[in-house]
Design a protein around this ligand. Structure first.
Ligand SMILES: C[S@@+](CC[C@H](N)C(=O)[O-])C[C@H]1O[C@@H](n2cnc3c(N)ncnc32)[C@H](O)[C@@H]1O
Length: 374
């Protein structure tokens, strides 16, 4: 008898050599909330989705059982063991014989899917999703829809290996104190470029970083006129903090001895109106499914996102600046209040407990930190 685990409403067995990470439970619960919100957003409770790298199938099973928005799920995994395991789990969750649940054991998954109009595809590979971008965008059957991509190659994306980052993601970077923020923006830049090769415009609804992964949720539309190069640009570093400049404005700009880091996604990556619906969904699902323990951390995370404003594409880490100045670290709230009282836009970053976003020059941030010491 295999052990049966419980995650959310699902029951899961894990076969030998099949991937299951209990630490990714939060990530899957957030996916449930995303799909529930998407259902209300597009006014449908019959979404057609794919868990295209399903392993045990836990993700697709939870989306089906918990999101209240999903009618059809297509599971797939290239591994034979994973395929046998997901079939077992589909059966354990009484989803066998349900005509709208299908499982495949394919590598060239997208070609099989030709003709299926997915509303949402979840792409959750080992490592980087880069090799899957073009197969996905070249086989989409809907004019608009939604995709989620996970990237676990954080050693590369965070610039621990800057050469690998340059080679794989085609970006020039240096080591910074906010590499997870930049990992999200580098990934989005690469998705944007491949999508635009296939005439799709993309916008980002939300992005997350947790433990060993970053994950982005995007909307795509086959509308070439909507593809705006303004979403991409560079961080400008001059030793006195950060600014940013869009692709469109870079032509002819003299940058003197400033350095350009990028290209990256410089647009917002959190859609505030969408995530405010997600917050309501998360609270409601926690109560209705009697899974408050699972959904409360998601509601809390979304609340932190709502305080942030990702239209500023860089972050200052207060602890690091205070260390540099050799002053004690003041409460973040006081730093934000001081900067706001000086007329600067200032937000707490949801990614780092000591991170702020502000359009104030770093000189002003340092002045505030020194003044708050006394
Ligand atoms: C990180 S695991 C997926 C975890 C799962 N989504 C979850 O939430 O538990 C990645 C899975 O992708 C599968 N995979 C890798 N390359 C693939 C390909 N080309 N086509 C389909 N599946 C693939 C692997 O066999 C593995 O089971």
């Amino acid at each position: 008898m295999e052990d049966v685990l419980r995650e959310g409403l699902s029951k899961i067995t894990v076969f030998e050599n099949v991937f299951y990470n209990p630490m990714a439970k939060f990530n899957r619960t957030l996916g449930v909330v995303f799909l529930n919100t998407l259902g209300s957003f597009v006014g449908r409770g019959d979404l057609v989705i794919s868990d295209i790298m399903a392993a045990t199938g836990v993700r697709g099973i939870r989306y089906f059982l918990e999101s209240m928005s999903v009618d059809e799920v297509y599971f797939n995994d290239v591994s034979k063991n994973a395929y046998r395991c997901m079939l077992k789990n589909i059966s354990l969750n009484n989803m066998v014989g349900v005509s709208n649940v299908t499982a495949f054991n394919l590598d060239k998954f997208m070609s099989l899917y030709t003709g299926i109009p997915f509303d949402f595809i979840d792409i959750d590979p080992f490592g980087s999703p880069l090799p899957f971008l073009s197969p996905i965008f070249s086989n989409l059957r809907k004019k608009e829809g939604f995709l989620a991509f996970t990237a676990t190659d954080l050693m590369t994306l965070c610039g621990v290996h800057l050469e690998a980052l340059n080679r794989k993601y085609n970006v020039f970077m240096v080591k910074t104190d906010f590499c997870h923020e930049l990992a999200i923006r580098i990934l989005l830049k690469n998705i944007f470029l491949v999508a635009s090769h296939h005439d799709y415009a993309v916008s980002s609804l939300l992005a997350t970083f947790e433990n060993q992964y970053v994950r982005v949720y995007i909307k795509y539309e086959r509308l070439p006129s909507k593809i705006s190069m303004d979403k991409l640009g560079y961080l400008v570093v001059d030793g006195e903090g950060y600014e940013f400049i869009s692709f469109k404005d870079i032509g002819g700009t003299s940058i003197g001895n400033k350095r350009l880091l990028g290209p990256i996604w410089i647009d917002s990556y959190i859609d505030k109106s969408f995530i405010s619906l997600m917050k309501e969904s998360s609270q409601k699902l926690g109560e209705e499914l009697r899974l408050e323990g699972d959904f409360k951390p998601v509601t809390k995370y979304i609340s932190r996102m709502m305080e942030d404003d990702t239209s500023i594409p860089y972050i200052y880490r207060i602890s690091k600046l205070c260390k540099l100045l050799r002053v004690p670290q003041p409460p973040i709230r006081s730093v934000l209040d001081s900067l706001k009282s000086m007329g600067y836009r200032s937000y707490r970053s949801f990614l780092y407990p000591d991170g702020i976003r502000t359009d104030a020059p770093v000189k002003k941030v340092l002045e505030v930190l020194k003044s708050l010491r006394s």
